[in-house]
Design a protein around this ligand. Sequence first.
Ligand code: FEO
Length: 402
Amino acid sequence: MRPIEIAKKIYDVGVNDWNIEDFHGYSTPLGTSYNAFLILDEKVTLVDAVKKEFGDQLIDNISKIIDPAKIDYVISNHTEMDHSGGLARVMHRIGEDKPLFCSKMGAKNLAKHFERPMNYRPVTNGEQLNIGSRTLTFLETRMVHWPDSMFTYVNEDKILFSSDGFGQHYAGFEKFDDVIGDEVMVHAQKYFANILMLYGPLILKLVNKVVEMGLEIDMICPDHGVLWRKDPMKIVNAYAQWSQQVPKRKAVVVYDTMWHSTERMADAVAEGLNAEGIAVRPMYLRKWHRSDIMTDVLDAKAVVVGSPTLNNNLFPTVSDFLTYMKGLKPLNKIGAAFGSYGWSGEAPKMITKELEAMNFQIVDPVRHQYVPKSSDLESSFELGRTIGRMINEQVPDESSGG
Ligand code: FEO
């Protein structure tokens, strides 16, 4: 990707990673981008780097604007290697004694990633750095996404460099929200659900703090995906909703199956939910990636999980999904289990235990031995209806303005 001037003398010099399909367990069919920003001022400043494999492309992009050796300052908003991996290459090219500004935790963490010492300049929350005609303000944003994370705000241009915050795993030439349109929200929701959902309470505090500070924001520039310039508050407001996991009248039915029996039960549970007016789609774990399912879990009120019993245990894809979901700490959900079995039938009980550990409101499980007959499927249908009624009681109807 060639550099883009995003504001006067401020460039996105990052790269598109078109081919990545799996970002540490998160499916990225459209790839992602590692955005990095170059500010031309009395002190030429680079905000963030890229993944190690793209270090040369970053240098090449910078070279299209200025000799990289002329960079005076580097800012690392976050240590994770998709942003810091290329730092060693950058520092080697521009001069290893150049100051590298980061949070205090960032200095500790970066030192644990690189062989050679760098000229770390730890900054505190609210600290400012004058780079000539501009002043940068550093804002500590712990756990968005790591303990070392911070944002960098350009006071004069009202631009917020937000690192992972407000990002999306999306590679494309549409670099701004007004170019890509509403599709960006789908990618942003998936990103939040899979990367930030567990830090919801901290993010809510941060969003409230930014609103209280009255920080004027003309553009939000995350390190992944599209930049927000048309309506930056749209994504800030979405984060306020998502961080509270405000539910819709929606359920997720997720399952795997060996001989289609648990599949038939999943369909019947979904039918029951649909009969109560709940938005639902049965999600087969060998069709849907765990990260796509979690995107739906984010704003669903119920998660109903089905597994056959295999060797006295859960089916492996179901274990994988439950482990993944547990780590992301879903809040305020209704949960239930179902499944077909041959002779022992432990799986629904094991799922229920996992859902209890996630503090779900539990509805009794349903199970059937071998192949459920049409009449047997009524209990799965009724499970769906029961959960549907609970959702309708607990979630205000958006169409009535409640
Ligand atoms: Fe994009 Fe937490 O790194």
